[in-house]
Write a protein that binds this ligand. Structure first.
Ligand code: ADP
Ligand code: MG
Ligand code: MG
Length: 881
């Protein structure tokens, strides 16, 4: 038998998401729960993929299958598709496996034509409704299926409203709408060169094809890229019999969350509009009413809706995002899905659901997207400054956070300005999917129109971006690029601040403050720690970062880079002197000046990290990075060193390298100038001895960078040990320490079994390892990597997300070889990848002991580590420890 490509709602369920898409699977599930769902059928995601194989056309056997399901639907509904008297009308709705808000387009009232519209008018005794539905259908069909610009139609409506002197589309009469229908058909003919299709079957086929095509439209592609959704999942198509919210004052349509998606508060949250259809609520055509208001005007419907929302929450064990329509006093549910939420809401809902007994702590740990925790780690406005600031206007608190920046009025302008390094606020009447790139680049988003479920609000919450929506007091003139609030006018480039948690808008910049991990956040992180195996350390080379990381739960320092300390202006002269020295004595002299500085640096960091491991990496970058390039600086240095200006210039030239990243750096420096690492080792140990004297504990881990061979490692290590021996002797006391190496040169990964004999720990330096494995210069790859991502050669930037297929093999191999040769070895990763959730999962699964990342990513890595541990347990992945 041929593969089945079409399923009626009664044949599916929520587990069939991959095949039916999220929307289709949930419609089927709700249908199975006997909820009031208009019936229909779903064409599968596999059909979408086959559609592309068939050169973007529907094939015969699929058409037959669709016909069969249409007949079945006709029987259920007691109406016939194409019947001019009492036609079955349907919606054609896309639905991918992961919900992609606003990316795919829906067509309503399909099946109407010049005859059927009369039939509908008669059978419903509502001519206005019939023509309202028809004009909507023509507009949606033209826009979505045929790509006729939406604006052409909208302008006509605006003109009609103006001519009649009315504000809302509901005030247009049946006759007005009839006229509009004629004008719409004329637009269609003008744009398409043919009449608006009258045959419902043709309409349906065009619409289905359009949904499949929309899978590949640019907005959908951008959204998938942003959210790491594979391109070959495809979208399903749902064909569903229509219910009508535009039948008059006892009809309406709305959207609601079972809990508040900004805060997580356990209370219905949403909006609705009476006498409206489909997207009217989210499109900001009229200002919607809050859902609580429905309780006043239709208490029975409200109660029924609330019960259904509760039932679905219990069924899905998660907060739900619902779409509903009321048709002449009867409630229908058109969609449910797990609601998108801010990280703040995700945490609160997860913790509440545990406390309500609906889910386990482990479930709760899995409920928060680790990367989204970033939203909670961002600054809020300083309270005192905020209290003394006066809001110029207020909008809806659509997506929490605090943002200041220059205002820009188009997505392109925001993108351009932020590429220049400016902080920007995107200001729009209302946003649409075309604005998505501007929304990504902006620090915050301000709109004058639209509610809590408007495009701006939904997308901003998804991105964790601060957003104030529907600020109706703000008059946005997109053409003049100004905003006016009462008598204040601000123009492009002026700075404002917006508070997405209160909706307040301020002129100028307001100071921001760092967040705290208390309340439900604290509780969540405690559950995280109870479940994770992998430790999380931080990359920090100054007390401020170390302290911040500790507050975020870091369990030590995995990478303390020493070169940043060398760049300090009070040390740079001595560093330069050391580099340019002609003799060992001269160099030693300069190093002696640096020693106390280094010792103090380590001491200050140790003091914060007492009781925890601190891995210090010895000097790594090519020396010429420290040298002066300006004439004044060279002059000053010449004086300091008793050399001539020309001598300095020629020294600097001498140190120039064609390819410094592969040059004289890392432990290669110590092979040539062992006294540099000796000085650093002495500083590390001196500082540790001081801590010990004070009665505290610190175990320094000395890390040798860029090792490629055991003999190289051994040479450098012996120098260090010799120096430390001297220190112990001089001080007459000792302290525990460890010496290990970075694994960042591919050769080191291949020779890891040898190297492990001399190393007490390995730390994977995946930045360099990626650079050298791909042969991509980290500093230049930015110029061409975007093309690689666009052309799907390397879909993800390998410097951001570890390339598990290639570089990952080296990491895994080295980890296995290292452990086999030295069972006591401990291992971690300290490249940029250490805070990236997919990489953290990889590190967990290959049995590393820790990941190390920048302070602000510590909570993210902790959550990712816990989730990895739970997933590994559930999937029974054997972790080699
Ligand atoms: P999206 O994925 O963009 O939310 P939907 O397919 O959910 O698109 O549809 C858009 C709007 O049309 C929603 O408000 C939905 O409730 C409404 N809608 C879809 N199908 C029907 C239908 N059969 N009857 C009435 N309204 C519908
Ligand atoms: Mg929807
Ligand atoms: Mg490196």
């Amino acid at each position: 038998m041929d593969k089945k490509y079409v399923y009626s709602f009664s044949e599916g369920n929520k587990e069939m998401r991959n095949l039916l898409g999220g929307k289709g699977a949930n419609l089927a599930e709700m249908s199975g729960l006997d909820l009031p769902v208009p019936q229909g059928f779903t064409i599968t995601t596999e059909a979408c993929n086959r559609f592309y194989e068939e050169n973007s056309q529907l094939w015969d056997s699929l058409l037959t299958e669709i016909d069969q399901h249409l007949e079945e639907l006709e029987k259920i509904q007691g109406k016939k598709f194409s019947d001019p008297k009492n036609p079955l009308l349907v919606s054609v709705r896309s639905g991918a496996v992961f919900s992609m808000p606003g990316m795919m387009d829906t067509i309503l009232n399909l099946g109407l034509n010049d005859e059927a519209v009369k039939g509908v008018a008669e059978s419903t005794e509502n001519e206005r409704f019939a023509y309202d539905s028809y004009r909507r259908f023509i507009q949606m069909f033209s826009d979505v299926a045929m790509e006729v610009p939406k604006a052409l139609f909208e302008t006509k409506i605006d003109e009609a409203k103006e001519a009649k002197g009315v504000k809302d589309d509901t005030e247009l009469s049946a006759d007005d709408l009839k006229e509009i229908v004629e004008e719409f058909k004329a637009i269609y003919k003008e744009e398409q060169g043919e009449d608006f299709p009258q045959d419902p079957k043709t309409q349906l086929i065009y619409a289905i094809e359009a949904v499949f095509r929309s899978w590949n439209n640019p907005r959908a592609n951008i959204y998938r890229k942003l959210n790491n959704i594979p391109d070959d999942l495809g979208t399903a198509v749902n064909v569903q019999s229509m219910v009508y919210g535009n039948m008059g004052d006892t009809s309406g349509t709305g959207v609601a969350f079972s809990r508040n998606p900004s805060t997580g508060e356990n209370k219905l949250f949403g909006e609705y509009l009476m006498n409206a259809q489909g997207e009217d609520v989210v499109a900001g055509i009229r200002t919607p009413q809050p859902i609580s208001h429905l309780e006043d005007i239709m208490p029975d419907i409200y109660k029924q809706f609330k019960d259904i929302a509760d039932k679905l929450e219990h069924h899905y064990k998660d907060m739900q995002d619902l779409e509903f329509t009321i048709e002449r006093g009867k409630l229908y549910i058109l969609q449910t899905r797990n609601g998108k939420r801010t990280a703040h809401a995700a945490l609160n809902v997860a913790v509440d659901l545990v406390e309500e007994g609906l889910i386990s702590k482990e479930d709760a740990v899995l409920r928060v997207e680790p990367a989204s925790l970033d939203q909670l780690l961002h600054p809020t406005f300083n309270k005192d400054d905020l209290d003394s600031a006066k809001a110029i206007a207020k909008g809806l608190a659509a997506s929490p956070g605090a943002a200041s920046g220059k205002i820009y009025f188009t997505a392109e302008d925001v993108k351009a300005a932020s590429e220049k390094g400016e902080d920007c606020i995107l200001v729009r009447q209302e946003t649409s999917p075309e604005d998505i790139e501007g929304m990504i680049s902006a620090k915050g988003i301000l709109t004058a129109r639209g509610g809590m479920t408007s495009h701006a609000a939904v997308v901003a919450r998804g991105m964790g971006k601060c957003c104030v929506a529907g600020a109706s007091e703000v008059h946005v003139d997109e053409r003049a690029k100004t905003i006016k609030v009462k008598d204040l006018t601000l123009s492009e480039g002026d700075v404002i601040s917006i508070d997405g948690s209160t909706g307040a808008i301020y002129k100028g910049e307001i100071k921001k403050e760092n967040p705290k991990m208390t309340g439900n956040f604290g509780k969540y992180m405690q559950w995280v720690d109870e479940t994770s195996i992998l430790n999380v350390r931080t990359n920090a080379d100054n007390p401020r970062d170390a302290k911040q990381a500790l507050e975020f739960g870091a369990e030590g320092i995995g990478l303390c880079r020493t070169e940043h300390m060398f760049f300090h202006e009070d040390r740079l002269p001595a560093v330069r002197e050391m580099i340019l020295s002609n003799s060992v004595e001269q160099r030693q002299n300069a190093l002696d000046k640096l020693l106390p500085f280094q010792e103090e640096d380590f001491y200050e960091i140790y003091k914060i990290m007492t009781g925890l491991p601190v891995t210090v990496r010895l000097l790594d970058p090519p020396l010429h990075e420290f040298l002066p390039s300006k004439k004044e600086e060279m002059d000053a240095l010449a004086k300091e060193m008793n050399l001539s200006y020309d001598e300095i210039v020629s020294k600097v030239d001498e140190l120039h390298e064609v390819n410094p990243m592969l040059g004289h750096r890392g432990c290669r420096l110590a092979v040539t100038y062992p006294e540099i690492y000796r000085m650093q080792a002495r500083a590390i140990i001196n500082a540790a001895l001081r801590i010990k004297e004070e009665g505290a504990d610190i175990i320094p881990e000395i890390m040798i960078p860029l090792v490629g061979d055991i003999k190289e490692m051994k040479y450098v290590k012996d120098e260090i040990i010799d120096e430390i021996g001297k220190v112990f002797e001089e001080k007459g006391t000792q302290v525990e320490y460890h010496i290990g190496t970075m694994i960042e040169v591919p050769r080191a990964a291949l020779m890891a079994d040898e190297i492990a004999k001399e190393a007490e720990f390995f730390s994977f330096g995946t930045n360099d390892l990626t650079q050298m494995t791909f042969g991509f210069s980290r500093d230049d790859a930015g110029k061409f990597l975007p093309e690689y991502s666009e052309k799907k050669i390397y879909p993800q930037d390998p410097f951001a997300v570890l390339d598990q297929d290639g570089v990952g093999q080296l990491v895994k191999l080295a980890a296995e070889k290292g452990k086999a040769a030295n069972p006591n070895i401990h291992m971690g990763i300290c490249g940029e990848h250490g805070g990236e959730p997919q990489t953290v999962e990889f590190c967990n699964n290959i049995g590393l002991d820790y990941v190390s990342c920048s302070p602000y990513r510590v909570p993210i890595a902790r959550a990712a580590a816990a989730q990895a541990a739970i997933k590994a347990k559930n999937e029974d992945i054997h972790i080699d420890k």
